[in-house]
Design a protein around this ligand. Structure first.
Ligand code: PHE
Length: 443
């Protein structure tokens, strides 16, 4: 067994975790899902789930990782509960599906980056036409291939570390750009209506709305925090025991959530001003609204290219973390070398993504299954394991590196009695919803 290094500095672990968490989930997926799910009620449920379920489950993954010093595949065996490996398999399957369309969207980002450097952005109907052209067809397939090749190539060459360091520049730049765009958005004619829609839930229907948006909001909370797949198990396996997992968790969740909220503050004023109903924007919301904005801003093409470059880096660092889980699983399960496993998987994931690059219906088909069902199932299994099978060791583990002793007990009670029922209900609703979606789409 090789000796494992631990992160040299606290910041190393946080950067890797933030690099995985902050990505297309915050800036592309969150605003479009909020738009599709009716606005403020979705935001409320999403935020509640991030705090009440996301934080405890992130700690579950951190505890499994630090305790076992293994990735999710080896972790359960190391902890002498190898039958729970199934949680790792669920996560690997989710990663496999997620990466196939994540890479397609990553390809859109590259195309938008290039557009800023070449022909420039256009507003209005031109923005919608440009998105339609970008999102499906040969261009989409070609840039999906480019993105996937970059992910596999960089991981294979082992220069990933350098890119994670790019997070030190990327995260603050994304925040500055989003704040700037949000301020500009606040001056637009559609701003007031947009804030009403995004920030003020209709309290008379909130409860009913909450039930209907639960699967999507839970899927998003897991997706954006990179939960349910074991990514965070892997990162925490390198963390020293003197570190306070709780304060690291607070920082990671805080940054991730702030970026998502900001993305909404950018997208909705632009959509409303352009006269696009938020529910109609779909997966194109961020692209259409921002291209429209960049077309009108002074030096907009340059600002746009910088923005999409930052988004590209954010997407890449998230994609690595997904790819890593899938590759580790295949190496472990089929006993293949890392290099051929990486190349072979990159090809298979590319092929799996082609339908999405041709028809956006597949995006929804893949995305709902992987996020709303598989990630939640993965999180449920890991929480059950920690809450019911491994509780006393887990309690000891979380206590390391921090002094207040009440927290371990509080967290464990949450993981035992609160998280599993919430995730079970969510899962049941998600399965029903998915069944109906398939019925209405294909039959
Ligand atoms: N959290 C990433 C994002 O928001 C996506 C991701 C999901 C990464 C699951 C790893 C695991 O873009």
């Amino acid at each position: 067994m090789d000796v494992r290094e631990t992160w040299a500095t606290r910041i190393g672990f946080i950067l890797a975790a933030v690099g995985s968490a902050v990505g297309l989930g915050n800036i592309w997926r969150f605003p479009f899902l909020t738009g599709e799910s009716g606005g403020a009620a979705f935001l409320v449920v999403y935020l509640a789930l991030v705090v009440l379920v996301g934080i405890p489950v992130l700690l579950v993954e951190f505890v499994i990782g630090r305790r076992s010093n293994r990735n999710p595949i080896g972790a359960f065996t190391e902890l002498n509960h190898s039958q729970w490996k199934i949680a790792g398999a669920v996560g690997a399957l989710a990663g496999f599906i997620i990466l196939s369309y994540y890479s397609v969207v990553g390809g859109w980002v590259i195309q938008y980056l290039l557009a800023g450097l070449t022909e420039g952005y256009v507003a209005g109907e031109g923005a919608e036409a440009f998105f339609a052209e970008t999102a499906s067809g040969t261009g989409a397939i070609a840039f999906h291939a480019v993105f996937m090749a970059l992910v596999a190539g960089i991981v294979a060459l082992g220069v990933r570390n350098g890119l994670e360091k790019a997070a030190t520049v990327m995260v603050p730049s994304v925040v500055v750009l989003l704040v700037g765009l949000a301020l500009y958005g606040s001056t637009l004619s559609g701003a007031a209506e947009a804030y009403q829609y995004y920030l003020y839930p209709d309290t008379s229907t909130l409860l009913a709305d909450a039930v209907s948006v639960l699967p999507a909001a839970a899927g998003q909370a897991f997706f954006t925090l990179s939960l349910g797949m074991g990514v965070m198990v892997t990162y925490a396996s390198y963390v020293g025991e003197d570190r306070n997992l709780l304060s690291d968790t607070g920082l990671i969740v805080g940054i991730d959530t702030a970026i998502a909220i900001l993305a909404g503050l950018v997208v909705f004023p632009f959509l409303f001003t352009q006269g696009i109903a938020p529910g109609d924007g779909g997966p194109g919301s961020i692209f259409v609204s921002l291209a429209g904005a960049f077309a009108e801003l002074p030096a907009g093409n340059l600002i746009g290219a910088v923005f999409f470059f930052m988004l590209f880096l954010a997407a890449l660092s998230s994609a690595f973390s997904i790819f890593e889980v899938v590759v580790s699983f295949v190496i472990d399960r089929f006993d293949i070398e890392r290099a051929p496993a990486s190349v072979g998987l990159a090809v298979v994931i590319f092929v799996l993504g082609i339908p999405t690059a041709l028809d956006l219906t597949y995006l929804e088909l893949y995305d709902q299954f992987a996020n709303n069902i598989l990630l939640i199932l993965g999180g449920l299994l890991m929480s059950l394991f920690i809450g019911w099978v491994y509780a006393s060791d887990a309690r000891e583990e979380i206590q390391k590196g921090r002094s207040a002793s009440w927290f371990g007990g509080f967290w464990l009670t949450t993981v035992r009695y609160f998280v599993p029922p919430v995730l079970l209900i969510t899962l049941a609703l998600a399965v029903i919803e998915y069944y109906e979606f398939i019925q209405s789409t294909f039959f």
